[in-house]
Design a protein around this ligand. Structure first.
Ligand SMILES: Nc1ncnc2c1ncn2[C@@H]1O[C@H](COS(=O)(=O)NC(=O)[C@@H](N)CS)[C@@H](O)[C@H]1O
Ligand SMILES: [Zn+2]
Length: 423
């Protein structure tokens, strides 16, 4: 699947610092690797409907900072993102809105791509839909059945499909002694959160309540794919990301990223499947999660319908760079409530920065570059980076500092390359 066109990233003098990121599993700041190591990043992509709300955008702009900081630090990055272009919630939404699920997925993925371009988010090197990756999932699930780390559960009576005795396939989590060590939840909480996020802890025939679905056999009226020895059906949610990340990122996923709502069950399960398939204890080095964006007092989400869409803001006249700055004004890991005032304040900041960098001379810019680099290296502290640029702009507009030729141009390049904001 094609991704989207990449924004220019201007070069900067010198080189960025080693990026430290908060690791959800360790609960601590963790250094990512040095310039000599190729960087591998997996960020879970959208389930394509109601795209692109500010919650989605908050997450992808957040990891865009990581990608930009890594490149500034001289690292070669391989970035992979999936699209969950078939899944229960997508099929439900397609039914509700009487749109064919393929059409819904296609149009919403197109809208997402154009929103990412509008926000100047650097595209992934591999943008992969689960539909096009179905064979990867079939091969992985056949392996797990052969290794005894997965098992079949009979399909409910009358669910439809050929040879129902083949059954759905579940992962046997007891094959992974490290399961659950990432999320920091006790067993009861895990069962509760699992059930709230598409899990089926009470399904008869399962060995353990938390065992996740790997392969769902054909059901009446649902799309299905050739599962070879599994029988026709479709991929489970978590194994999809294990397979797509595993295929393109080789032995180590340096950063597995997403919003905090993916910590459990999704990222815990995806990593568990990779441990079992690869027989390694730590397929993921840093577990990185962004905060939740709310609106009208509730987490912005499809089901609640309290969505603020990037495209609607921009169609309404908002400068995309003001939208991006509104997001950058909040630390990527913080939960926050979007208000229209956020956009207003960001538009003002944008106008101030544009005014301050329109001159040919201004206060020295090297300190700003250094402060922005330090801020991003410290767990992508965008608010601190914005404050450093604010301070420079105030001095530039007050004309109370030495006037260095070309300084405004270096500030423009710094803000563009590291924050993705075109002035
Ligand atoms: N309100 C929100 N605030 C911040 N991030 C959000 C919000 N809602 C969703 N996200 C993030 O946006 C990304 C896409 O979410 S999604 O469309 O529901 N799709 C999925 O979670 C799956 N396709 C991942 S494989 C995820 O990383 C999710 O954590
Ligand atoms: Zn995922």
């Amino acid at each position: 699947m094609h991704s989207w066109s990449a924004p220019d990233i201007p070069s900067l003098p010198g080189q960025g610092l080693t990026v430290h990121l908060h690791d959800t599993a360790a609960g601590a700041l963790t250094p990512t690797r040095g310039a000599e190591e190729p960087a591998t990043l997996y960020v879970c992509g959208i389930t394509p409907y109601d795209a692109t709300h500010l919650g989605h955008a908050n997450t992808y702009v957040g990891f865009d900072l990581l990608l930009r900081a890594w490149r500034d630090a001289g690292r070669r990055v391989t970035y992979v993102q999936n699209v969950t272009d078939v899944d229960d919630p997508l099929l439900e939404r397609a039914d509700e809105t009487d749109v064919h699920w393929r059409e819904l997925a296609q149009s919403q993925t197109d809208l997402f791509r154009s929103d990412m371009e509008t926000l100047r988010v650097v595209p992934p090197d591999h943008y992969v839909g689960v539909v096009e990756a179905m064979d990867l999932v079939v091969a992985a699930v056949e392996r797990m059945l052969a290794d005894g780390t997965a098992y079949r559960v009979p399909v409910p009576e009358g669910a439809g499909g050929d040879d129902p005795e083949l059954g759905d396939v579940y992962a046997d989590l007891s094959a992974d002694p490290l399961f659950g060590t990432g999320a920091g939840l006790d067993p009861d909480e895990m069962v509760k959160v699992f059930a709230e996020n598409g899990g089926d802890p009470d399904r008869p025939g399962k060995r353990h309540a938390l065992d996740p679905l790997l392969w769902r056999r054909t059901r009446h009226g649902e799309p299905d794919w050739d599962g070879r020895s599994l029988g026709r059906g479709r991929a489970g949610w978590h194994i999809e990301c294990s397979c797509i990340a595993g295929k393109f990122l080789g032995q180590l996923i340096e950063v597995q990223g997403g919003g905090r709502d993916l910590v459990f069950p999704h990222h815990e399960m995806s990593e568990s499947h990779l441990r079992v398939l690869r027989n390694v204890p730590a397929p993921v080095m840093v577990h990185s999660h962004g905060g939740m964006v709310a609106y009208d007092g509730e987490k912005m989400s499809k089901s609640l319908g309290n969505l603020v869409l990037v495209s609607r803001l921009v169609d309404g006249g908002a400068d995309p760079m003001a939208v991006r700055l509104a997001l950058l004004g909040h630390h990527y890991r913080s939960d926050w409530e979007y208000t229209d005032a956020d956009l207003g304040a960001a538009a003002e900041r944008l106008a101030t920065w544009r005014r301050a960098t329109s001159a040919t001379a201004g206060p020295a810019a090297e300190p700003v570059l250094e402060q922005v680099r330090e801020a991003l290296a410290r767990d992508l502290d965008a608010p601190a980076a914005l404050a450093a640029v604010d301070a420079w702009a105030a001095r530039a507009l007050a004309h109370d500092a030495e006037q260095v030729d070309g300084a405004p141009e270096l500030v423009r390049r710094t803000v563009d390359a590291l924050l993705g904001v075109a002035l």
